[in-house]
Design a protein around this ligand. Structure first.
Ligand code: NAD
Ligand code: TYD
Length: 352
């Protein structure tokens, strides 16, 4: 490509679930944009997740990958200068609540200090905008009604507390240094390329192999589910139309209990209820009961979600059926095996 790109976006965490889908979304929608990924390739980041992009004839000349950590100031500066970056969209994070119960320290490093490093670079190199991807989990749990952007941040797990800490860095940097940053808070995502430790891909991959799926406690916890491409279009909208210094909820009215999700997964895969195993809640008192998002601030700016939930869920299940090579390579890794044994061993016993 010879023409100057309209935007060159540094997508941090772009070898993970949502980041990689965002890269596909941007490269498809904006033929004049370049995407540069910085990713530490932790257990959750895999080159196999972005190999389709690197090999795509319409994308590969506008896509570059760098391995490295967002908290490494030298690496971040070097990429910004070498690639003429003008925007950052930060997906890089330790992102799993259950792992944050086992090992909270790495969450603080990436989700708080790493965000600070990117903000400092945004300021130092006069970038046009940094979009920081946060989560509805920073609000804590809500019995009735919905979280608005004005709801207090009351995180309950080491993961959500680290995400709230990152958001506080965004807020303070903006107020103190006029750093042009904006935050998004979305509900639970589902879709292709999600690491198979989160509820939907964990259950689908186990059910495909006729293994039991562990429901924590009663299974009556409610999550506000969003198809990943709707999340991507929401971030795109905030990137182009959001106001600096603001936070925006992203949601698509997808509230379901964990039991309701599980029933749909069993139905789509044609598997029996006997594969459900209720286990004592490993999250205990830190297990948020309900998330619910009011996205009217973003829809007021003209964003609408465009995917039908039931169709997107069915399509997602089918993706895992059709792409077994991708997830079987992951579930065979030592990291995955160790995590599943460590976290679920005492609950699943011989059903592990
Ligand atoms: P993920 O765990 O699939 O991917 C995270 C990516 O970040 C991985 O590729 C990993 O290698 C990379 N990474 C981790 N630490 C890094 C570091 N120090 N430096 C550079 N790269 C690093 O996560 P995801 O589900 O794609 O989530 C992406 C973002 O969206 C996270 O910030 C998460 O908090 C937020 N979010 C996720 C959901 C969800 O349901 N998954 C919902 C709302 C918000
Ligand atoms: P998860 O996908 O880990 O996302 P989050 O913790 O960010 O909401 O979990 C979604 C819900 O599913 C949550 O209420 C915990 C529950 N859950 C189970 O019941 N069993 C499981 O094996 C997993 C991974 C999650």
């Amino acid at each position: 490509m010879n023409a100057t790109p309209e935007k060159t976006i540094l997508v941090t965490g772009g070898a993970g679930f949502i980041g990689s889908n965002f890269c596909r979304y941007i490269l498809e929608k904006y033929p004049a944009y370049r995407v540069v990924v910085l990713d530490a390739l932790t257990y959750a980041g895999n080159l196999s997740t972005i190999s389709d992009i690197q090999n795509h004839p319409n994308y590969n000349s506008r896509f570059v990958f760098y391995p490295g950590k967002i908290q490494d100031e030298t690496v971040v500066s070097g990429i910004i200068k070498a690639e003429n970056i003008d925007h950052i969209v930060n997906f890089a994070a330790e992102s799993h609540n259950d792992r944050s119960i086992l090992e909270p320290g790495s969450f603080i490093q990436t989700d708080v200090y790493g965000v600070f490093t990117l903000l400092d670079a945004t300021k130092k190199y006069n970038l046009q905008r940094m979009v920081h991807i946060s989560t509805d989990e920073v609000y804590g749990t809500i019995d009735e009604g919905q979280f608005t952007e004005k709801s207090p941040l009351e995180p309950n797990t080491p993961y959500s507390a680290s995400k709230a800490g990152g958001e506080m860095q965004v807020r303070a940097h903006g107020i103190t240094f006029n750093t042009p940053a904006v935050t998004t808070r979305c509900g639970n995502n589902f879709g292709p390329f999600q690491y198979p430790e989160k509820l939907i891909p964990f259950f689908v991959t186990r059910l495909i192999d006729n293994k039991k799926v562990p429901i924590y406690g009663s299974g009556q916890q409610v999550r506000d589910w969003v198809y990943v491409m709707d999340h991507c279009s929401g971030i795109d909208h905030v990137l182009h139309h959001g106001s600096i210094g603001e936070a925006y909820n992203i949601g698509s009215e997808g509230e379901l209990t964990n039991m309701e999700i599980t029933s749909r997964l069993l139905k789509h895969l044609g598997k029996p209820d006997t594969l459900i195993k209720y286990i004592p809640d490993p999250r205990g008192g830190a297990h948020d009961k309900r998330y619910s998002i009011d996205a009217s601030k973003l829809t007021g700016l003209g964003w609408i979600h465009s995917y039908n939930f039931e169709q997107a869920l069915e399509k997602t299940v089918q993706w895992y059926v059709d792409n077994q090579e991708w997830w079987r390579e992951i579930v065979a890794t030592e990291d995955y095996q160790v995590f599943v044994r460590r976290f679920y061993g005492k609950y699943l016993g011989e059903d592990l």
